[in-house]
Design a protein around this ligand. Structure first.
Ligand SMILES: O=C1O[C@H](COP(=O)(O)O)[C@@H](O)[C@H](O)[C@H]1O
Length: 228
């Protein structure tokens, strides 16, 4: 159950190393199966990594990018994960990648589930990699503690790739990949920074935080990439 850690001196070094690692993963999949796909998290942590990944030289037109989760706001809203990805990764040569968001035109996230499911079902899978973040409350993706449908999101035998959810502890309704969708990847990277998150992760299994769902499983390789 113990997972390997990659420790870095600072966040810049972490961002650069992770971008190079992901780019190589994409190149390998492009060479091996002619296409590659990444599911990426939003929030505040990944911005420098997105900027470093955008600088990587690869055949971006053979790459599909999607989000692990999305806040139910307009695509140009400052809280939109897709907006973060478009502004920091999907630019320059990397703009040739196919960007598949989770936000649909529906007023409610629950109404957009069918369309978002079809979008993810059409992506090359298994994903080349899934990059997860983690909040200070132990959520990852949009699997929030106390969310009414958390058991459904974490049902390893469920058939849904995505689901809408209403966090109790954070703003905005969400659309999120489910646990089975996240596990359908060549690898999972948990990308976190700061001593506070390191401590939260250390307690995750004992305290039953949602992130424990990916720490407990052994079907998909997972590594933890951290800097102070
Ligand atoms: O709300 C979210 O939070 C997590 C963690 O974000 P961070 O700001 O603490 O880095 C993120 O992984 C997720 O994609 C996002 O929607």
């Amino acid at each position: 159950m113990s997972k390997p850690w990659r420790l870095f001196e600072d966040r810049e070094a972490l961002a650069q190393a992770l971008a190079e690692h992901l780019a190589q993963r994409l190149r390998d999949d492009i060479a091996g199966r002619g296409e590659a796909s990444l599911a990426l998290s939003g929030g505040s942590t990944p911005k420098p990594m997105f900027q470093a990944l955008a600088q990587q030289s690869l055949n971006w037109e053979q790459v599909s990018l999607t989000l692990v989760d999305e806040r139910w706001v307009d695509r140009d809203h400052p809280d939109s994960n897709e907006c973060l990805l478009r502004e920091n990764l999907h630019r320059g040569p990397a703009a040739a990648a196919r960007l598949v968001g989770l936000k649909t035109p529906h007023a409610r996230a629950s109404e957009g589930e069918g369309e978002a499911e079809a979008r993810i079902a059409n992506l090359p899978r298994p994903f080349s990699a899934v990059v997860l973040g983690m909040g200070g409350d132990g959520h990852t993706a949009s699997w929030f503690p106390q969310a009414a449908n958390l058991p459904r999101l974490l049902d390893q035998n469920g058939s849904a790739l995505v689901a809408a959810t209403e966090p109790v502890t954070a703003p905005h309704a969400r659309m999120t990949l489910t646990l089975p969708a996240v596990l359908n990847s060549s690898e999972i990277i948990l990308h976190i920074t700061g001593d506070d998150k390191k401590a939260v992760l250390g307690e995750a299994i004992a305290r039953g935080f949602p992130v424990a769902a990916v720490l407990r499983q052994s079907s998909t390789p997972l590594s933890i990439w951290w800097a102070p």
